[in-house]
Design a protein around this ligand. Structure first.
Ligand code: HEM
Length: 518
């Protein structure tokens, strides 16, 4: 026993020395940034270990970021964890973050940020030449043809929704979780424009050979993405009932994508003319482009990886921003009235078309403003590939504004800090869609909720076209209100219902909305 205790104390001692050396090295190699000593690393990686509702360093940090930055007198903070995790700079500086996003050679993604690859490597999980190859093959699929299609499909789904039980009769409806509606919409839009699967609004997403509707499988898979990323593969093979069921959903999704890719490959190899309506969807285009590249094309697994990312990135993000925008408009009635009048001035009672998109800019501004306040992708990790220094306004206490980051150390883009940065977005907590009318290009340049630089979100316009189309239609036909409790103001209502949950993305679930026919 005494021997064991001695051995344990020796092990602990060595570990403490190693940790102390690491802390020393971090502080020596990252200079100019105020240091905050924490017990463990305040990142999403650790937050996965904290049950919902308990103290969560990541959420605390993301939400109270402004206070934390103000306290430290700088827009970037070096968090040094004493006991567990990696020393990492959290940056709420839009200018610094833009440099990280733009200079992808100096600032690649670190290995631990590249783990969304269990369905195959993809654009999100690669760096360097491999990433370039994927981007070259997949990016051309996002063009004006796809966007026109997104508009058409969204309009069609909106009309079906209006004819559904929940909407067609009565002039007022209360939805206790409007997220269900926007999630269904975004999923069906990506299914149609991405995979040519035209699923009816009220119908299940059935596929031959699959027992369960695929929409349930996809939604379940997206819900458990964070634990799937954080925990190692062997855990997912454990003979535990709940784990097995989750793993089965992942395998079903993989089987679905495999079958689709094989079928598409066969179909494309038989067709001489590829310019059919079918070949205009994202899926066909990625398979076709890959086939055209021959040996330089993507492998089966890589195609599957990218398609999975479209399904995941292509619906949750848009769905949550849409519901956030509607909740904010419900709280800010004057803004809703203004945007309603604008939609009427553009379209009156006629059907809106993709050609109207550019005239509906105030609707787009509401979407941007909602995304600015609640940016979906809360954090992006980058690692210094070499010793480097960065200069940006507001970075350091002494006003020198230049910091040094040693090779191998990480910076996390604190998206909430960045999009709520008061220097760039005055009165940052207020919902002010009109701030986007500013002629100052810095407003747009410093807005990085869709990332920036060469790795700018590939689905940005896909998402804005879908959103402007849906918001314009629904706001023209319905007024959105907050159902206030006695004595509650709209601001208090917002505080009550807009409770962010930060996992792989930031989500606000269970948003209650009252709609009244106009
Ligand atoms: C509100 C909607 C959306 C938001 C806020 C958003 C945000 C982002 C962000 C921040 C990144 C960079 C992530 C990083 O580098 O760590 C990204 C990348 C990406 N997004 Fe989106 N996204 C949205 C919608 C979409 C849609 C609809 C699609 C596809 C249909 C999509 C596909 C992608 C892809 C493929 C990448 C990887 C690009 C690359 O690394 O080259 N996104 N997105």
């Amino acid at each position: 026993m005494a021997g064991f205790l001695q051995l344990a104390s020796l092990g602990l001692g060595l570990w403490l020395v190693r940790r102390a050396l690491y802390v020393y090295k971090a502080i020596r190699n990252i200079r100019g940034i105020p240091v905050y000593i924490s017990l463990i690393e305040p990142s999403s990686i650790c937050s996965a270990f904290f049950p919902k509702g308990t103290w969560n360093p990541r959420i605390t940090h993301a939400w109270d970021h402004q206070e934390r930055y103000d306290e430290m007198g700088a827009e970037a903070i070096l968090f040094v964890p004493l006991f567990f995790g990696v020393a990492v700079v959290h940056s709420g500086s839009p200018e610094l973050n833009r440099q990280l996003y733009t200079d992808i050679k100096t600032w690649p993604k670190p290995a631990r940020a590249l783990n969304l690859n269990f369905m195959g490597e993809n654009l999100l999980t690669l760096n360097g030449e491999d990433w370039r190859k994927h981007r070259k093959i997949t990016a051309p699929a996002f063009d004006s043809q796809i966007y026109a299609d997104v508009w058409k499909v969204t309009t069609n789904l909106y009309c079906q929704m209006m004819n559904s039980e929940a909407w067609k009769s009565g002039d007022q409806h209360y939805f206790d979780n409007f997220n269900d509606i926007t999630t269904r919409l975004a999923l069906l839009v990506i299914a149609a424009c991405g995979f040519n699967m035209n699923v009816p609004w009220d119908g299940p997403f059935l596929r031959e050979g699959f027992e369960e509707p695929l929409d349930s499988v996809i939604v379940r898979v997206c819900k458990v993405l964070l634990p799937r990323i954080v925990f190692p593969d062997w855990i997912w093979k454990a003979p535990i009932k709940g784990v097995r069921e989750l793993q089965r959903s992942f395998l079903e999704m993989q089987r679905f994508l495999d079958l689709e890719i094989e079928a598409k490959r066969k179909e494309l190899s038989l067709e001489k003319e590829h310019d059919t309506a079918e070949s205009k969807n994202l899926f066909s285009r990625v398979v076709l482009a890959s086939q055209t590249e021959g040996a330089k094309g993507l492998t089966h697994e890589e195609i599957r990886g990218n398609l999975f990312i479209y399904l995941f990135a292509g619906h949750e993000t848009t769905a949550h921003t849409l519901v956030t925008a509607l909740a904010l408009l419900a709280a800010y009635q004057d803004e809703q009235e203004r945007v309603y009048r604008h939609i009427m001035s553009v379209a009156g009672d006629r059907d809106m078309e993709y050609a109207d998109y550019s005239d509906l800019t105030p609707v787009l501004h509401c979407f941007y403003e909602a995304l600015r306040l609640y940016p979906l992708a809360t954090n992006s990790l980058r690692i210094a590939a070499e010793d480097t220094s960065i200069t940006a306004p507001g970075l350091t206490k002494d006003g020198n504004n230049t910091v040094f980051i040693g090779k191998g150390f990480e910076v996390i883009v604190d998206m909430v800090g960045s999009t709520r940065n008061a220097r760039n977005f005055p009165d940052p907590i207020a919902f002010k869609p009109r701030r986007w009318e500013s002629a100052d290009t810095a407003v747009m340049e410093n807005f990085m909720a869709f990332s920036a630089g060469p790795r700018l979100c590939l689905g940005r316009k896909f998402s804005t076209v879908e959103s402007v189309c849906f918001l314009s239609n629904v706001l023209r036909d319905w007024r959105f209100d907050a159902k206030l409790e006695e004595g509650e103001t709209a601001t208090l209502w917002l505080e009550r219902v807009m409770k962010p949950d930060i996992g792989v993305t930031l989500k606000i679930d269970n948003t209650p909305l009252l709609v009244t026919r106009r």
